[in-house]
Ligand binder design. Structure first.
Ligand code: MG
Ligand code: NI
Length: 473
């Protein structure tokens, strides 16, 4: 028996390891994606005044602070028992979309496009954004520009790129100025044009990846996403919806406070990442996927013209292909185009410059649950407060955690397909890693890590004895 460890998984956000277990015949018997980090953010916030929660929660993760800000502020709005001003909703939506665009740009253009442009078997030292820059400068530069597009909008609205404190309980702290509105609108056409081109390019390379499409976490599963009336894509709000593998809606939750009826959280001994599952189906049968693939499998339309054209093409793929986690990439690109179009539409709303952007209230409810779609999928913040307004209980269900079971199953599927015996070529291992990259996990926030994430590596013999232990980071 031999264990192959890919450690740390490269080109994803945060640290982790993959362990592949071989038997004496050289066949894969097991494969696991481990996340090795303490949790504890939920304990840390107990006793804090709830008004501080959005700003504190934004510090959970340097990669997706905006997503946490939004889910947290939505939970706090419920503690105030208020409906926030419509302009504040639109402004929060713009920031949420900008976050989605910049995060997807990082995932696709920086982390995954090297595999797609240069090939899964390209030399490892070329499989990076510099390699893409050399092979296809337009794609690389456009991808970099898309990241900047999203980050600049976040900065303009929030004042700072990382941890903007602009989103607060009751709305947002500052209205949008006409100057900023014009500045953002001026960046829309180039972003829209580039994303359209990127989608043409991506859809044109798909026949080269038939094998990966077939084996990259490709299995029927449930999908979960926020869906708005008319089966429209909901990034900021909507009913928490579960569909089956054939696309039939099996559950839809209008009241976020009842989330525990829908989602259970299992704990696996070898990972700090919890494994949420669809509660009525039990564990592990209730495995579901979230994120771009889940969203675009769940909706009938995005609600913007160009993205909807691509959604039609995406949904015309055979059902078994739309089970493939390889198509997280396709869905990610369509969502980026949607984000650009939707930001433009929101900026053109007549009330977008209104200065009524914040409602003031005292706490009027002792419990609040905020759900939004983060780039990686459904994100939930649940708080309970005392009469003094201090946090008594916090639970977070993180987008990446929602995909934990599917990522593990996907790693095993890919390892069985690509790994034979102990002579393993780099390109084969890269495919196993690439499955994880398709999901775009954010380990930084899913494990509630603050700052650095030390990594412990253990190699264990078949009898369970420790052969070697390494700690880095
Ligand atoms: Mg939690
Ligand atoms: Ni994160």
């Amino acid at each position: 028996m031999k264990t192959i460890t890919i450690d740390p998984v490269t080109r994803i956000e945060g640290h982790s390891k993959i362990t592949i277990q071989l038997n004496d015949a050289g066949d894969v018997t097991d494969a696991r994606f481990h996340v090795t980090q303490f949790r504890g953010f939920e304990k840390l916030v107990e006793g804090r005044p709830f008004q501080e929660m959005p700003a504190i929660m934004a510090r959970i993760c340097g990669i997706c602070p905006v997503s946490h800000l939004i889910a947290s502020a939505k939970a706090c709005d419920q503690l105030l028992s208020i409906e926030i001003p419509p302009t504040a909703v639109m402004l929060r939506k713009i920031m949420n979309l900008a976050q989605m665009v910049q995060s997807h740009a990082l995932s696709f253009f920086y982390l995954s496009s090297p595999d797609l442009l240069l090939g899964m078997d390209a030399p490892p030292d070329q499989r990076n954004v510099l390699g893409v820059l050399a092979a296809n400068p337009e794609l690389a530069q456009g991808g970099i520009a898309m990241r900047r597009f999203g980050q600049t909008i976040i900065e303009m609205l929030g004042g700072k790129r990382i941890h903007p404190g602009w989103i607060i309980p009751g709305g947002v702290s500052e209205p949008l100025t006409p100057e900023k509105r014009e500045a953002i609108l001026a960046t829309i056409p180039a972003a829209r044009e580039f994303m359209s081109k990127a989608l043409v390019w991506f859809s044109g390379i798909l026949d080269r990846y038939e094998d990966e499409i077939a084996h990259f976490a490709n299995f029927p599963s449930l999908f979960m996403a926020l869906v708005k009336p008319g089966k429209r894509l909901g990034m900021y709000d909507g009913a928490l919806t579960v569909i089956d593998a054939e696309g039939r809606e099996i559950d839809a939750l209008e009241n976020p406070r009842r989330y525990a009826d829908m989602i259970g959280e299992a704990v696996e001994p070898d990972s700090y990442l919890k494994s949420p599952y669809y509660k009525p189906y039990g564990y592990p049968a209730g495995m579901f996927r979230v994120g771009p693939l889940a969203r675009l499998n769940s909706v009938a339309r995005c609600g913007t013209p160009l993205a909807d054209k691509w959604l039609v093409r995406f949904q015309a793929l055979p059902q078994e292909e739309r089970w493939s986690s390889f198509h997280y990439h396709y869905a990610r690109l369509i969502e980026m185009l949607y984000g650009v179009e939707r930001i433009e539409a929101l900026l053109n709303e007549p009330e977008i410059l209104s200065t009524h952007v914040r409602a003031f209230a005292q706490p009027n409810s002792l419990e609040g649950v905020g759900i939004s779609e983060a780039p990686r999928g459904t994100l939930l913040h649940h708080y309970k407060i005392g009469e003094d307004g201090r946090i008594k209980f916090a639970n977070l269900i993180i987008a990446t955690g929602n995909n934990n079971m599917a990522m593990n199953r996907g790693v095993l599927q890919a390892a069985r397909e690509y790994i034979r015996g102990e002579e393993v070529r780099d390109g084969m291992l890269n495919r196993v890693e690439a499955v994880i990259r398709a999901f775009d996990p954010c380990l930084s926030c899913s494990t509630h890590a603050v700052g650095k994430m030390p990594l412990n590596v253990e190699l264990r013999a078949p009898d369970g004895s420790l052969v070697r232990s390494i700690t880095q980071g």
